[in-house]
Design a protein around this ligand. Structure first.
Ligand code: URA
Length: 244
């Protein structure tokens, strides 16, 4: 027997919090009876429905994609551009990307049908480190690097402290590569952080997401996560797979 909200989150219908809201607002039924108690436990043979629609209890699957540039990270695009799901046409489970990488950003992107893990990885509270390499121009000054690390003011507030390191710089040609690790995930955050300091990002790649990096993958390739990697991601988000 498992808690109803956990079963719902693992089916990909929503996060555990989202499932709790669905339950308390009376939209969830177990074997045809509406359940509003959060403590309810269900067994695999119980039929769970949300708004009368049966929950599909899919096997949980996890992938790491090396997203190429020129691909969008949402499930669908109204302009019919290629989406990250186009790389998973032979995966029957209803996976979705965990967070986003911009159309013009490449790098590590997790896709899963585990709503609970996705929620944890995306929630700023859990502070999952994401490392980017940005090719920028011109070459930043030490003061600019220091400001990036200390936090800069964006329209949506100050950024948290970041780890920033110049990998290489060519003053004659006027360009540099900078590695930056942040744990927030605001929209176009890295590009906007450089932009407020007058630095132009010409290329951006996410080289690390939590414990995962791009080793062994080329752009457009993906691999399933190993069980220990999933466990580590749960662990990083301060919890265990079986508990809250
Ligand atoms: N920051 C950005 O600016 N773009 C991304 O895709 C990810 C982080």
């Amino acid at each position: 027997m498992e808690r109803l909200q956990k079963v719902m989150a693992h089916s990909g219908v929503s996060s555990r919090r989202g499932a709790e809201r669905l339950i308390t607002s009376g939209r969830v039924q177990v074997n045809g009876r509406t359940v509003t108690e959060l403590g309810t436990k269900v067994s695999p043979s119980d039929e769970v429905t949300v708004d009368g629609i049966p929950l599909e209890r899919e096997r949980l699957v996890y992938f790491l994609l090396y997203k190429p540039v020129g691909v969008i990270s949402s499930r669908k695009d109204e302009r019919n551009r290629k989406t990250v799901l186009d790389f998973f046409k032979d995966v029957p489970e209803r996976i979705f990307p965990v967070g986003r990488l911009d159309y013009d950003t490449s790098g590590a992107l997790i896709l899963t049908n585990d709503g609970e893990l996705a929620y944890r990885l995306m929630h700023p509270r859990f502070e999952i480190d994401k490392t980017y390499i940005a090719k920028i121009r011109p070459v930043p000054t030490n003061e600019q690097l220091r400001r990036l690390a200390a936090g800069v003011r964006l329209e949506d507030g100050m950024t948290a402290r970041a780890k920033v390191r110049m990998i290489d710089g060519n003053r004659e040609k006027g360009h540099a590569s900078v590695q930056m690790t942040i744990h927030e995930g605001r929209n176009r955050q890295v590009r906007r952080m450089f932009a407020v300091l007058g630095l132009e990002v010409r290329k951006l790649k996410r080289v690390q997401y939590g414990v995962l990096d791009l080793t062994g993958l080329v752009p457009g390739e993906s691999r399933p996560l190993k069980p220990y990697e999933v466990r580590k991601l749960y662990h990083l988000s301060h919890g265990s797979r079986s508990g809250q």
